[in-house]
Design a protein. Structure first.
Length: 438
């Protein structure tokens, strides 16, 4: 092993060690990158990229989609749309076997389509759906597992902050990635509902059936869902039709969320100001992480680690599909111990050139990566969503939450296998757009 490769390996291990010690991602990545770059080149050059990278990142107009979509998600959360989605879904499917669990998954999917954050989706639905599931007698661990698994839809169904970060790091088209996530996201909803039906077959007493809502109640429940549909089609529909750029779509989403919420008297000026402050805080954290990721890319470039890894994987004689499977296994295992966002920022600069060099579609690979991050969000022993839910509802217990998500993780592995076998699941909708990826 030559010196640059050894330096890259040591640097990566140091970053992982920092993260395990709960050092913020941006500080871990950025500090190691600058020190590593100074060692490989010189201190003056390291100071140069430390000055240049933040300026280039925060002044890039295309990156304005990040604060826009973050603000949109916060506004719709404050507007109470999640409760309306759950009420509508429960009115239509709540009486079915496992109906309230399926209603929770459907509501998570609908909320994800206007939010873009898995943690926000899971946290919001914990407050909305869990009390109702408890009221009718659902098993606590299963209830938490349903909500945690449904929460992962937040980063798969567009608009997704994770897709935006992947697109920025790899210089791919954000709109194309958004559209590529639609079918895999819908497939997740279907597989989760099938999982609920299988569980109901063996554990009927865990999921008591609710009383059927009458026809008037069902139709009345749809009256409030229009706001979610308008926002989704305003953003994703305008992108698909080619009417707006991704930055313009983000602006439309924020404007639509504001107008709808104020028109329905769901927002006050104080709540709006609080939403702006929270979005500024969250966006600043994301930008710090992005700056650190770019610094780490500069460091990896001078070590030539991606090229060396490509050569090593090529010598394994596993074939392109075998290498993809190996990379996915790595992501799943890494996601069990390290935050998914950190895994992406640390490894995409290394794996992306390898995957593209093998001839795979970068959009398809982006969906694969985000899907494995989804699994990591609920995987023991870390599982960020599981930890957050445990803090919100301490009486259920972390172990019971982990038990509750295991059946849905099996559904995720099936979905991941289908996407590896059939890339068209991700690429069909983008291919209907003549300008996709341009």
């Amino acid at each position: 092993m030559n010196e640059p490769t050894l330096v890259a390996l040591i640097a990566s291990l140091v970053v992982v060690a920092f993260m395990l010690m709960r050092v913020p991602i941006a500080i871990a990545l950025g500090s190691v990158a600058v020190v590593g770059f100074a060692y490989m080149v010189d201190v003056e050059a390291a100071i140069g990229i430390l000055i240049d990278s933040p300026i280039r990142t925060v002044t890039n107009f295309n990156f304005s989609v990040i604060p826009m979509f973050v603000l949109m998600g916060i506004l719709v959360s404050a507007g109470g749309m999640s409760r309306e989605l759950f009420r509508a879904a429960n009115a239509w499917v709540g009486h079915m076997p496992g109906g309230m669990a399926m209603a929770t998954i459907l509501a998570c999917g609908g909320f994800a389509a206007i939010n873009g954050s898995s943690i926000a989706t899971a946290a919001t639905m914990t407050n909305v759906a869990l009390p109702e599931m408890r009221r009718v007698g659902y098993h606590p661990g299963l209830s938490a597992g349903v909500i945690a698994s449904g929460g992962t839809l937040g980063i798969m169904i567009p608009p997704s902050v994770m897709f935006i970060l992947y697109a920025i790091i790899t210089e791919n088209d954000v709109a194309t990635l958004f559209l590529a996530g639609i079918i895999p996201g819908l497939l997740a909803i279907v597989l989760y509902c099938i999982t609920i039906q299988v569980l109901y077959h063996y554990k009927k007493n865990w999921m008591p059936r609710s009383q059927r809502a009458d026809k008037k109640e069902r139709w009345d429940s749809l009256k409030d869902v229009w706001a979610t549909l308008v926002l989704f089609f305003l953003v994703i529909g305008s992108i698909y039709a080619g009417l707006v750029t991704i930055v313009e779509a983000a602006g439309l989403g924020v404007l639509g969320a504001l107008v709808i919420s104020f028109a329905r008297k769901r927002l006050t000026w104080k709540v709006t100001v609080d939403a702006l402050v929270e979005s500024l805080r969250n966006s600043s954290a994301i930008f710090f992480i992005l700056i650190a990721a770019f610094l780490f890319q500069y460091f990896l470039a001078v070590t030539q680690a991606p090229q060396l890894l490509a050569g090593f994987l090529g010598e394994l004689e596993l074939g392109p599909t075998g290498i993809i499977i190996l990379i996915m296994i790595f992501y799943i295992l890494a996601g069990m111990f390290v935050d998914g966002l950190a895994v992406i920022l640390l490894t995409i600069p290394i794996f992306y050139p390898v995957v593209v060099g093998l001839g795979f579609d970068p959009i398809w690979f982006g969906v694969l990566v985000v899907m494995t991050v989804e699994i990591g969000l609920i995987s023991p022993p870390i599982g960020m969503i599981c930890f957050i839910m445990n803090n919100m509802v301490r009486d259920i217990g972390l172990v019971n939450i982990y038990k509750g998500v295991l059946p849905f993780m099996c559904a995720d592995f099936i979905r991941l296998s289908l996407l590896v076998a059939f890339p068209s699941l991700a690429l069909y909708i983008p291919k209907t757009m003549g300008w996709a990826g341009q």
